[in-house]
Design a protein around this ligand. Structure first.
Ligand SMILES: *Cc1c(COP(=O)(O)O)cnc(C)c1O
Length: 390
């Protein structure tokens, strides 16, 4: 292996069961497939007692959902650029609800139902003008390519109900990201319920579907993780509108813990007083670390019998920057982290790489081989299950 991911599907399954058990019985739990599309992981998440289905955003994801999910699972489709061909394919793959993002898309979707001789349930994706939630969240109301701005919702409702082939079932709001404040998240869900009920009743929508999006946050450094017990208690206080299916569709929270990214150390070098650990597979294999404003955890796994003969480059008890194999200074996994020892031929391993890992990487840039994906078969060394301090 030069760089790759290992996944423990049992960890994913356990996460799904844990969250499912914490949610009220009125909640439907989908997994946002873009966070991890490795079939063994998806199947584990969707196993008995886990998620009720998937949120997809491409034809390939819709096909994967159809191929991997047990019968009776729920599939919702989102995405800001659903062209005519994609809509026809989503219908062909049997998605249950399409989250429509514009007036033109509604017309297109209606045409796609006429072409395929079907009907489809549609929910309007809404970009609320304001999400009034105390605490850490203040999202929505920002210009975006996603969904209908709130003032356009009445016209969108009128359009959706006038077009043939469409059954308007409700709304979709995804206005939160990386939130570890359980109370604030429950308040956000409460706000969505209230908004949807008011809007549906003002415009005569028979509210059957309210998708409140994803956004449950993961603690990468072990500090203040999302408190599921608090989320459970707070959500339990809410009363969803009669007859409405309330849907949560997290990605990161469900998948992050089930994956580890590993890359072989090719070189260790000094440059003007700084130490660089150069590995096979930087942002072309794992781009997420570069998009977060904190270092993701990283552990050096010693390899005592390296594949390459001869002397090894090394550094001890020092702070290092872990760079990748691409010809750009952007190719950095982690900056300025302490390592006890690192040698060429060792492996750097990043736990919590199960969400937005393989899927989110820039595989094509420079044309190195893409990272491998495998199911974990070995027992992990204890230090890979601990939280290393950056
Ligand atoms: C990405 C995405 C999600 C999942 O977000 P997380 O932050 O991973 O939970 C859910 N819904 C939609 C519409 C998304 O685009």
């Amino acid at each position: 292996m030069v760089s790759g991911y290992v996944y423990d599907p049992e960890v994913a399954a356990a996460r799904a069961r844990e969250l499912r058990a914490a949610l009220p019985s009125w909640a439907t739990l989908l997994f946002a497939l873009k966070a991890n599309g490795f079939p063994p992981v998806v199947q584990a998440l969707a196993a008995e007692g886990g998620v009720d289905g998937l949120e997809v955003a491409s034809s390939q994801e819709a096909r994967l959902a159809r191929d991997l999910l047990p019968a009776g699972s729920v599939v919702a489709a989102a995405g800001p650029a659903k062209h005519p061909g994609l809509l026809v394919e989503l219908l062909a793959h049997g998605v249950d609800v399409v989250h429509a993002e514009s007036a033109l898309e509604l017309r297109r979707l209606s045409r796609a139902t006429q072409q395929t001789g079907t009907r489809v349930s549609v929910a309007l994706r809404v970009n609320p003008a304001r999400v009034d939630v105390a605490g850490t969240l203040a999202m929505g109301g920002r210009a975006s390519a996603f969904g209908f701005p709130e003032p356009e919702v009445p016209a969108a409702i009128a359009l959706a109900t006038s077009l043939p082939g469409l059954d308007l079932v409700g709304f979709h709001v995804h206005a939160v990201c990386g939130n570890r404040d359980a109370r604030a998240h429950a308040a956000y869900v409460g706000w969505c319920l209230d908004w949807a009920e008011r809007t549906a009743s003002a415009h005569g929508v028979d509210l059957g579907w309210l998708d409140v999006g994803g956004g449950l946050g993961v603690s990468y450094d072990g500090e203040s993780p999302l408190d599921l017990a608090v989320l459970a208690t707070e959500l339990d206080r809410l009363r969803p509108p009669q007859g409405a299916r309330v849907v949560l569709e997290p990605g990161r929270w469900l998948a992050a813990d089930c994956g580890w990214y590993a890359a072989e150390v090719v070189d260790v070098k000094q440059s003007y007083g700084e130490t660089f650990v150069v590995v096979r597979g930087g942002i072309n294999a794992f781009a997420l670390p570069g998009t977060e404003d904190f270092p993701l955890p990283l552990v050096v796994l010693p390899v005592d019998e390296p594949r390459e003969p001869g002397p090894r480059a090394e550094a001890r008890d020092t702070r290092v920057t872990v760079a990748g194999e691409l010809c750009t200074p952007e190719d950095v996994l982690v900056r300025d982290v302490h390592v006890p020892q690192v040698r060429s031929g060792d492996l750097v391993v990043m736990p919590k790489a199960g969400a937005y890992g393989w899927e989110f990487a820039l595989h094509a840039f420079l044309g190195h081989p893409p990272p491998t994906r495998d199911v974990l078969t070995a027992t992990l060394p204890a230090d890979l299950t601990l939280e290393p301090t950056p």
